[in-house]
Structures are given as structure tokens and as C-alpha cells.
Design a protein around this ligand. Sequence first.
Ligand code: AMP
Length: 225
Amino acid sequence: MRIVLLGPPGAGKGTQAGWIRDRYRIPQLSTGDMLRAAVANGTEVGRQAKAIMEAGKLVSDDVINAIVAERIDQPDCAGGFILDGFPRTTQQAAALEQMLAERGLALDVALEFKVDPAALVERISGRFSCASCGTGYHDQFRRPKVDGVCDVCGGTEFVRRKDDQPETVQARLEAYEAQTAPLLPYFRERGLLRTVDGMAPIEEVTAAVAAVLEAVVKDDGAANA
Ligand code: AMP
């Protein structure tokens, strides 16, 4: 199954991507995570992307498209993948369509997390994650079971993203509205868009995601029968 997750920063894409990854055993390809790794490793891409990311703007389509094209050719993507944070512009969406067509593949679903923009700054500024395994938490909505200890790996160090500060969040939300929101009609026209309520509690969002994906799996099965 090949899935695109859509929605503004803070909509819950990363949280639900983790669940989908575990449920369907397909990798989560987060372009944001890939870029943060490139910055941390001081690669050429990382050097180019750092200031752009810190300003809350989008990295160039060509750079991102090349990263994704290389990543989907890795063996772990053979059974499908979850794109989290890509595409973010209509140019990237067209590049994705072409990339997949060249490989004889197609997207199964574009899943939108619909959220109230007013809630996003609060959601984003409370985020933090485990420095060892990357599990995501939130000051208010998703604290570790034991304060200061990661539920998953027992790690005791946590990090906050630099671009999750309120000044940068506003720029990221503007970039979403101007450059990424036009992807909703783009995928709707192709019959691929499904929408879930991203404002519901995490477990309810997961249940809605599961229902959408089960329907996709069923349709695929029927089409291949
Ligand atoms: P994210 O973790 O998805 O919120 O991404 C963090 C930052 O990485 C974004 O604010 C952009 O600067 C950059 N980025 C991630 N994915 C893309 C993309 N598909 N196109 C352009 N820039 C991206």
C-alpha cells in the first residue's frame, strides 16, 4: 500500500504514520526527518536546507524529489510506504506521480487530517520526542507514562524541534496554506483523497485511519481478484 499523509504541521501525521507503519509493516518516509538527519550529519543537502527549515519555509522541489526518488527504490519500500510530509507542492505531487508511473506503481490513497488551524500552535509548541528512539510526546496530550522516561525505549533524554517555536510555526502554517493546501483538490480530482477528523482524541483518529485503510485494502483485493 502506498499512502500520502496530508495536513498542516501538528495535524497528527507523524503520530498516525507510526501506527500505520506498525500495522501494515511498511516504512514511514518522513522528508522532515530525512532533512533533519542530513542537517545533523552536515551533508551538502543538510547545509543547503538548514536555514530554510529554521525559517519555516520549504526546501526546493528538486532537492526533495531527488531524496524521495532515491528512498523509494530501497528494498524496504517494495511492499509500499507512507509518505509523511511529501508531497508539499503541486510540483512535488506531479513529480511523485511520474516517479511512481516510471516504476509501474501508483498511489493508493491520500489521507487528509482535517484540523482547526487555531489549535495548531498549541499542539506544535508542546511537542517533544525521545532523543534515542524518536517516539513523539506532547506536554498536554501525550505525556510519557512515567515523567522523564520514554515509554518505548526507557530513554531519559528528550528533544524539542527548533522549528516548533511559535515564531517559526506561523511561517510553517503559512507555507502550508499557500503551497500545500492546493494538493487537496489535486488528489480529490484523482479520486484518491480521504479525510479524517484530526481534532478527535488520538485513538479515535487511529480508528478512523484504520477504517479508511481497510477499505482501500478491500478495494485493492477486489480489483485484483
Ligand atoms: P516536517 O517535519 O514535515 O514538518 O518538515 C520540517 C521542515 O522540513 C519543513 O518546514 C520544511 O522546511 C522541510 N521539508 C520537509 N518536507 C518537505 C517537502 N516535502 N518539501 C519542502 N520542504 C520540506
